[in-house]
Design a protein around this ligand. Structure first.
Ligand code: KIV
Ligand code: ZN
Length: 510
C-alpha cells in the first residue's frame, strides 16, 4: 500500500501573506469550508497574535470545521503561544505551530542570538505549547540554509521536547530538489529521532522549484507537505496544493504515495481563493489555469478528438471541470471546427462546411478567440445571406445616473424613414431595443447579449452579438462600432432583418 502524505494547507496563513491578499473572517470561513470539502488534513488558519482580526478568524475556523486539524502559528514567544492556544480553544483537533529561525544569517542579523540560545528557546517553546495541546509542530525557519549538524540537533531536541511534527521550511525558495531531498534524508536516517515525528516540508517558490522540492522531500522521507491553493503566499508563493497533489496522483507509477484530497473540489477551491483574495490565476497555471485543459493548435485538437490521452495527462473531471476545451482560433483545424458545428446543432454538407470554414479562418485572423455565438452568426450569415431590410440611420441616447434612459432611433426601410423614441428601465440598450421594437412592430425576446472588444485601445471596436426569439424562431444578430450603443442597435436590427427574412416577411411589416 502506498504511503499516505499529510496535506497541510496554509492558504489562510502563508497564502494570506501574499501582498494584497488579506481576508476577513467571513472570507476565511468560506475558504475553510471549501478546504474541508477538498479534504485537506490540516488547515493553518492564521497567526493569532498578529492582529485581533486574525485571532477572531482562527477562532471562527476552529469552531466550524470538523474533520481537519486546525493550526495556529506562533513565534517562540509565550504571548504568541497563549494567543494561538486561545484561538484554538474550540477546535476539535488543535495544533500549535511554533517557529524559530535557525540559519546563521537569521540568527546573527535578525534574532541576534547564538546557537545555544536558539536551541533552548525552541525546546522551551515546544514544552510551553505542549501545556495547551498534544499536537505541536515546530519549524526551524530558513532550514534549507541552516548548518545541517545544527539543524539535526534542533530536530532531535524539539522532538524530545514533545514536537509531533517537525517542518523543514525552504523559507526563501533557495534549495534545489536534489539538495533538499538530501537534507530530508539526513534528518530521517541520521538523527536519533528521525522516525519519532512526522517530517514536514514547506517550500517557497522563488526559483519556481517549490513543487519539485516538495516532491523530492517526499521521495526522501517527508510525510507532510505544506502548500497553498493556487500556490499563493509570501513573495513568489508557496508549493501549490493542486500541483503537488495532482503530480502524486498522476505519476503513481513512480511516486508510490497518495493523499486524501478530493481532487474534484480543486477547481472550486481555486476559484474561491482567487475571488476572496483578488489574486487572479494566470491562464497557463498548471491544473487550475483557464488554459490548463484548453487546446488551440489544430494538430492537438485533432488528436484530442480522436483520443483524449494524446494531449492530456489528466482527466478534466478529476479536478472538477466538465471537460477539455477546444478553443477555436486561427490555429484550429477543420476537424475541431466541424465538431463544434455538430455540437451547436448544425449538420451542413461538405461544401457548406468548406465555405463556413473559410469564413471562420478569415474571422479568426481578426479575432483572438472564436466563441459559439460567433459560429452561430457565421453559419446564419453563411447559410442565409440576408438583405438589410432595416438600416440604422440615426440613434441618440440620453442617459445618466439620475435620468431615465431615453432612446431616439431613426431607421430606413427602402425609401421610407421611421423615427420613434422610448424610455428603458434597464438602461440605454434596453431603451434602444424598445424603440426599435416600436418601429418594426416586432416584439422580440432578447435571449443573449454579449459585448466584446475586437480591437484594443481607447478607440477599440466593440462587437455585440445578440440572440433573439420571435414567435418560436431564434436568430443571432451581430453589430460592430466604436460606440457600444450603436453596435448594440446594429446587432438587434441585424437579428430583426434575419427574422424577417427567415419568416419570409420582408416587406410586409410596417
Ligand atoms: O516560510 C517559512 O519559513 C514559514 C514558517 C513560518 C513555517 O512560513
Ligand atoms: Zn512560508
Amino acid at each position: 500500500m502506498s504511503e499516505r502524505i499529510v496535506i497541510f494547507d496554509t492558504t489562510l496563513r502563508d497564502g494570506e501573506q501574499s501582498p494584497g491578499a488579506s481576508m476577513d473572517t467571513r472570507a476565511k470561513m468560506e475558504v475553510a469550508r471549501q478546504l474541508e470539502k477538498l479534504a485537506v488534513d490540516v488547515i493553518e488558519a492564521g497567526f493569532p497574535v498578529s492582529s485581533p482580526g486574525d485571532f477572531e478568524a482562527v477562532k471562527a475556523v476552529a469552531g466550524t470545521v470538523k474533520e481537519p486539524t486546525v493550526a495556529g502559528l506562533a513565534r517562540c514567544v509565550r504571548g504568541d503561544i497563549d494567543a494561538a492556544a486561545g484561538a484554538l480553544e474550540d477546535a476539535k483537533k488543535p495544533r500549535i505551530h511554533v517557529f524559530l529561525a535557525t540559519s546563521k544569517i537569521h540568527m546573527k542579523y535578525k534574532l541576534k542570538k547564538a546557537e545555544e540560545e536558539i536551541l533552548k528557546l525552541a525546546v522551551d517553546s515546544v514544552k510551553y505549547a505542549k501545556k495547551f495541546v498534544d499536537d505541536v509542530e515546530f519549524s526551524p525557519e530558513d532550514a534549507s540554509r541552516t548548518d545541517l549538524d545544527f539543524l539535526a540537533a534542533v530536530f532531535d531536541a524539539v522532538v524530545d521536547a514533545g514536537a509531533t511534527t517537525v517542518n523543514i521550511p525552504d523559507t526563501v525558495g533557495y534549495a534545489t530538489p536534489e539538495e533538499f531531498g538530501r537534507i530530508i534524508k539526513h534528518l530521517r536516517e541520521k538523527t536519533k529521532n528521525g522516525s519519532k515525528a512526522i517530517i514536514s516540508v514547506h517550500c517557497h517558490n522563488d526559483l519556481g522549484l517549490a513543487v519539485a522540492n516538495s516532491l523530492a522531500a517526499v521521495v526522501n522521507g517527508a510525510q507532510q507537505v505544506e502548500c497553498t491553493v493556487n500556490g499563493i503566499g509570501e513573495r513568489a508563493g508557496n508549493c501549490s496544493l493542486e500541483e503537488v497533489v495532482m503530480a502524486i496522483r498522476t505519476r503513481k507509477d513512480i511516486l508510490d504515495f497518495r493523499t486524501g484530497i478530493n481532487t474534484r473540489e480543486i477547481i472550486k477551491a481555486s476559484r474561491l481563493v482567487s475571488k476572496m483574495t483578488g489574486i487572479i490565476v494566470q491562464p497557463n497555471k498548471a491544473i487550475v489555469g483557464r488554459n490548463a485543459f484548453a487546446h488551440e493548435a489544430g494538430i492537438h485538437q485533432d488528436g484530442i478528438l480522436k483520443e483524449r490521452t494524446t494531449y492530456e495527462i489528466m482527466k478534466p473531471a478529476d479536478v472538477g471541470l466538465t471537460g477539455s476545451k477546444l478553443v477555436l482560433g486561427k490555429h484550429s483545424g477543420r476537424h475541431a471546427f466541424s465538431e463544434r458545428l455538430r455540437k451547436l446543432g448544425y449538420t451542413p454538407g461538405r461544401e457548406e462546411v468548406d465555405e463556413a470554414f473559410a469564413a471562420f479562418k478569415s474571422l479568426a485572423d481578426k479575432k483572438k478567440e472564436i466563441y459559439d455565438e460567433d459560429i452561430r452568426a457565421l453559419m446564419e450569415e453563411q447559410l442565409l445571406p440576408i438583405p438589410s431590410t432595416y438600416q440604422l440611420e440615426y440613434i441618440q441616447i440620453s442617459t445618466g445616473t439620475t435620468t431615465i434612459p431615453t432612446a431616439t432611433v431613426r431607421l430606413k426601410k427602402e425609401d421610407e424613414v421611421f423615427q420613434d423614441a422610448s424610455c428603458g428601465g434597464d438602461g440605454p440598450v434596453d431603451a434602444a431595443y424598445k424603440t426599435i421594437d416600436r418601429i418594426t412592430k416586432m416584439k422580440c425576446r432578447l435571449l443573449q447579449y454579449s459585448l466584446r472588444a475586437v480591437t484594443s485601445g481607447k478607440d477599440a471596436m466593440g462587437e455585440v452579438t445578440v440572440r433573439v426569439r420571435h414567435r418560436g424562431t431564434e436568430v443571432t444578430g451581430r453589430g460592430t462600432s466604436t460606440d457600444v450603443i450603436e453596435a448594440s442597435a446594429k446587432a438587434y436590427i441585424n437579428a430583426i432583418n434575419r427574422l424577417l427574412f427567415v419568416k419570409g416577411k420582408a416587406g410586409s411589416a410596417t
